[in-house]
Design a protein around this ligand. Sequence first.
Ligand SMILES: Cc1cc2nc3c(=O)[nH]c(=O)nc-3n(C[C@H](O)[C@H](O)[C@H](O)COP(=O)(O)OP(=O)(O)OC[C@H]3O[C@@H](n4cnc5c(N)ncnc54)[C@H](O)[C@@H]3O)c2cc1C
Length: 329
Amino acid sequence: MSELYDVTIIGGGTTGLYTAFYSGMRDLKTKVIEYQPELGGKVSFFYPEKKLYDVGGFPGVLGEDLVVNVKEQALSVQPTIVTGEKITDFEKQEDGTIVLTASTGEQHYTRTVIVASGLGTYDMRPLDVEGSHFYEGNHIHYTIQNLMQYTGQKAAVISENRVGLDWALALENVAAEVHLINRGAEFKAVYENDLEKLKQSGVHVHMEAKVEKLEGTESELEGVILDNGKQIQTNHLLVYEGLQIDKSLYDQWGLVTDKGRLPVGTDMATSMEGVFVAGDAAVYPSKTMLIASGFNEAMTAVNSAKSFIDPKAKSQVYSTVIYKHGNNE
Ligand SMILES: Cc1cc2nc3c(=O)[nH]c(=O)nc-3n(C[C@H](O)[C@H](O)[C@H](O)COP(=O)(O)OP(=O)(O)OC[C@H]3O[C@@H](n4cnc5c(N)ncnc54)[C@H](O)[C@@H]3O)c2cc1C
């Protein structure tokens, strides 16, 4: 049997990471399980390069920088972090231990669970062109994690959505040449002024066109051929053809749900003893789906888990009291 943890957090987004920090601070043996290979949840996935202005203490912070900080804070208390595993099954044993089973078959044993898995898992719809597996990661990308990597390069964006248009305009500032390939006759969900910016830009737009063939060696992408016969030289393809969303099946785990989320009171306890929730997965009157709300709910969920494991424990503590005894410099 794998080691028994006090708290296992499902989800390594901003909420899950802050939950891990707070759980460690409360001397709970803590594990985080995240489906994606990287931590950071929606912030890393959708908007690493967006500036956030509504997180307390930061007059303005890039999404990716916030993730770096919250990760560093979590790691300071040394939780066990598991990535690339998706929890699919949830079982409570007679002695109260909860067994979480991942899609890989791995099992995790825990006294309490804090669900910080938002609305479920996300995957980008992959490019469906023969040979694309040769270039995934190095030449075919599904997010812009580092705009500067395209400096002086030739890049083509495949998308019929606003996201792709945004990417093309951002790339134009650094890349030598940018193409935008749209399979449709128009762009979906775009703002008028973005279309105007596109017209004024040097981006080469190809409407009603699909990538039919990839050209290059097994390791270097050199270009693409469109279904209208046009040949484009490019070293990078950035693909946004929508998302595949796999909603969390909290009801199948035996939890009471409300429109796919977990209804809670002020203690962040779900309908199952020993199972708490924080972040976008939680719902209660006037709930806001914001990063800062997740941080606050994380503290409450951890304090509730602590009381569940040790009913005599203090209901809350101050970090300064703990850190002056040696965790900090
Ligand atoms: C486009 C956009 C812009 C936004 N802008 C702002 C903003 O400016 N300011 C702000 O405060 N908020 C903003 N938000 C909202 C904010 O992103 C969310 O409130 C916040 O990210 C929620 O964090 P979370 O950790 O609760 O959930 P998530 O970030 O969704 O993290 C959940 C994690 O759990 C993982 N997971 C799910 N199911 C499983 C499973 N079964 N097993 C293992 N792992 C699992 C997922 O892969 C994911 O990493 C924005 C949201 C979007 C979409």
